[in-house]
Design a protein around this ligand. Structure first.
Ligand code: SAH
Ligand code: SF4
Ligand code: F3S
Length: 468
């Protein structure tokens, strides 16, 4: 067979798999099910929607139950515990497979891009049927076809790619909101981080393709999009016709019917004044900024290869707050980077006090082999890290609680996302600044934007009342 493009080729394999699966179903007298389990970040969640889209076109019924005919783990390796979790769960899957000979186990995602992982799987986890990486997610049907026809294990991991395959099927977890990839990979090589090694070099999608996808989403009922990239602020720089992230936002804003735009992640080094201006005057861009700090120590920031210092970071926060009052600012912080001294850590606490984050994700440094930081001297002892981590967490929580108080008693527009998991007759939604509110309501409200009075701030969320 010859194909004019990759999309057509994959559609051909989807059809081929469809025939095989239909025949299997006839033989077994039942539907076949597939379960995709996602670990890690928004990028992986987005990839999983594509994987499930392909599987569902092939004819698999989607399920959350790992007792399925096909189970695919989309893995993360950003910290060691993410990675260890997979081995534990694979042991459990092998037991299920013993009882269902039809079962196919697949592994994909960031962990598979590490040669030592694949080596270990080859040695001790022979029951895994399909292994692929982050660069060929779009090939799932082709790989599955090879597995179904050949009956042997399929392993296909690419070192990198320049290709972006558009227009393959996808299944969205939510009807009313969706992530949209605007770029893939990362060029920043922060010295602790494995992402550039497992996700490859930065590639931006064409703005026209992005806008087209957003238009299609909106015509299917989506009101909120989250533009995704490891560093959205460097979007478009390498395109044939370079364009800034701020310009892309202005284009997306034009899409009629779209109500809300979010994006992540912003690298402080590339956050432009142009972006702040566009955000300040926008009607649709949410008042939210995730701005990873990593450390407050200028000395460590240099060794982390972050390309900004403490003062530059704080200046950015001030600029954002001045231009966009009520903006919710969140961050990521790593504790225990090699060589972190008490003084370095105090600098981090100082930034937290000054930036007054609405929320912060705090991580204990995890050594990732292959990154420059893994071989740096003075890895910080575990008990010291633990003590610092607890202090940081307490401070972060205390400030979040105070910040939540600010909007107490005000009326805010809220996108209703789901039925409340704990209180019957209640729903849960999000404000523009990403805070969560629970209030009385029914499932018909899901996906709607309504006005809610934030009656009571409860630490990290609100209890509210819908304004009729
Ligand atoms: N591209 C995003 C971050 C992606 S990874 C950015 O640059 O901000 C998400 C977070 O995981 C990072 O912000 C960092 O805080 C954390 N992280 C990355 N590598 C880590 C490591 N080796 N140990 C602990 N935390 C890490
Ligand atoms: Fe990792 Fe840094 Fe790239 Fe973020 S910007 S993904 S922390 S290397
Ligand atoms: Fe993990 Fe890969 Fe995301 S390593 S954090 S899933 S880019």
């Amino acid at each position: 067979m010859s194909f004019t493009n990759e999309t057509d080729k994959q559609k051909y394999y989807i059809e081929k798999c469809r025939e095989l699966i239909a025949a299997k179903e006839q033989k077994l007298g039942r539907k076949l099910t597939a379960c995709v389990v996602t670990f890690g970040c928004q990028m992986n969640f987005k990839d999983s929607e594509k994987l499930m889209g392909i599987l569902s076109q092939i004819g698999y019924q989607e399920t959350d139950d790992e007792h399925a005919d096909l189970v695919l783990y989309n893995t993360c390796t950003v910290r060691e515990n993410a990675n260890l979790k997979i081995y534990g769960r694979l042991g459990y899957l092998s037991k299920i497979k013993e009882k269902n000979p039809e079962m196919i186990i697949g592994l994909c995602g960031c962990m598979m891009q590490e040669p030592q992982v694949v080596e270990k799987l080859n040695k001790s986890y022979r029951f895994v049927d399909i292994i692929f990486g982050t660069h060929n997610v779009f090939q799932l049907a082709e790989l599955l076809y090879d597995r179904l026809i050949g009956g042997h294990r399929i392993e296909d991991i690419w070192d990198g790619t320049t290709e972006i395959v558009e227009d393959l099927p996808t299944i969205r977890k939510y009807d009313f909101k969706s992530g949209v990839n605007i770029m893939y990979g990362c060029n920043n090589f922060c010295s602790y981080c494995i992402v550039p090694y497992v996700r490859g070099r930065e590639r931006s999608r064409n703005p026209e393709d992005i806008v087209k996808e957003v238009e299609e989403l909106v015509s299917n009922g989506v009101v909120e999009v989250m533009l995704l990239g490891q560093n959205v602020n460097s979007y478009g720089k390498t395109l044939d016709n370079p364009i800034s992230f701020a310009k892309l936002l202005e284009m997306v804003e034009q899409v009629e019917g779209l109500e809300r735009i979010r994006f992540m992640t912003s690298h402080p080094k590339d956050l432009s004044d142009e972006l702040i201006e566009v955000m300040a005057k926008s009607k649709k861009i949410c008042k939210q900024m995730h701005l990873p700090l990593q450390s407050g120590s200028s000395r460590l920031l240099k060794i982390m290869n972050r390309h900004y210092d403490k003062e530059q970071y704080l200046t950015l926060v001030d600029k954002l707050r001045a231009a966009i009052p009520d903006i919710g600012i969140s961050t990521d912080i790593i504790v225990g980077f090699p060589g972190e001294t008490d003084e370095d850590f105090e600098e981090t606490l100082d930034v937290v006090r000054k930036a007054r984050y609405d929320s912060a994700f705090t991580f204990i440094y995890s050594k990732r082999s292959g990154t420059p930081a893994a071989t740096m001297p003075d890895q910080v002892p575990e008990d010291v890290v633990k003590e610092r981590f607890d202090r940081l967490l307490n401070l972060v929580n205390e400030i979040s609680r105070e910040k939540t108080k600010h909007l107490e008693g005000t009326v805010q527009s809220v996108l209703v996302e789901e039925l409340n998991k704990k209180i019957p007759g209640y729903v849960t939604g999000r404000l523009s600044n990403n805070s969560v509110v629970h209030f009385e309501g029914c499932k018909e409200l899901i996906g709607k934007i309504v006005d809610v009075n934030l009656k009571e701030a409860k630490g990290f969320y609100y209890m509210g009342e819908m304004v009729k």
